[in-house]
Design a protein around this ligand. Sequence first.
Ligand code: GLV
Ligand code: MN
Ligand code: MN
Length: 410
Amino acid sequence: MREDLEIDGGRLSRRLDELARLGALPGGGVCRLALTDEDKAGRDQVVRWMRELGLAVTIDGIGNAVGVREGLTEGPPVMIGSHIDTVRTGGPYDGNLGVMAGLEVVATLNDARVVTRRPLAVAFFTNEEGSRFQPDMMGSLVYVGALPLERALATVGIDGTTVRENLARIGYAGTALVARPGEVHAYVELHVEQGPVLEAEGFTIGAVEGVQGISWTELTLAGQSNHAGTTPMRLRHDAGYVAAEIATFARRLARELGGDQVATVGFLTLSPNLVNVVANRAVMTVDLRNTDEQRLQEAERRLFAFVEEAAATEGVGVARRSLARFQPVAFAPELVARVEGIAKELRLPVRRLPSGAGHDAQILASVCPACMIFVPSARGVSHNVEEFTSPADIASGATVLLRLVLELAR
Ligand code: GLV
Ligand code: MN
Ligand code: MN
């Protein structure tokens, strides 16, 4: 192995900055929601970079892009992947770092004229965020065969349009087959932590042990609109009131269950949404997460029981739809140990930790050994335009990534 190879941190940061200009928000941050024109601009740029670096790029039926660098032998590649879509108020690092670091690994190997034994692949997966179309991790789910392509294509997003029509519109309804198990030798993803632990405790590298379970539910509450001034409180069927009760309960539930349990109501719309009209309809989402599957199931049971009771008490109908459900995932122990070991060899402060966010790596883990490398997020802020990770930490993470990939592809 070439121990002397060094990534170019400046080049990596410049690519990240350049990508962040596509879909840049006035005042800072990035909006490249999946399959929008801004996402297309980001995709076009990254595919151009892949080709400039000599990668053979294929686009599959769900729009995942995979760029392959040949090795000395044929066979399944070591894959470096993540996503380049963002939430509506995103930063430049979430997902993008993993893909740009993959390009930096390839550029470093190209400059040094190093050919690995196994092929390498750099991939970005469609709609990891799940903000516009649910479930999240859609592209990687299709890639591993856990979500049928047809079902993914038929998904209707928050603006009423389908994945299929948007993929066609932006020119990313590709023809490559989605992969089958055995087509990836190992998967590695470098990502920002998106939480406060590494920075607060003074660590540069996180060796990610796994990802917590995720449960997304959409609730539609159907009441009766009526006059806000004339309708006595006892005669109301107020969908807005029940939605507020559910949001409050979710917060209380997380506090009561304690441990790792978190609960978020991030989406809520009321109809007709007017000052003097009782709401006849509320649509809301509840995001529950826990590292422990049993406790996550308990949270779901208690939430759903409360929803039924609160709706019945107010005389409001309720329809429940699961938007996403993932059990906790453990990454390959030998890879987690190698991330830790490489960081120690490089004298980078490292600790093990679980991931609070969902990642494509957890989906790839069902078909090959997979792992993640985290670098600190300033103040633990992410899914926020102020997301920031220092260039030095980015370079450290990419260095660990390069070493690990060289070991895996040896
Ligand atoms: C994806 O970013 C998630 O919601 O965890
Ligand atoms: Mn991400
Ligand atoms: Mn994200």
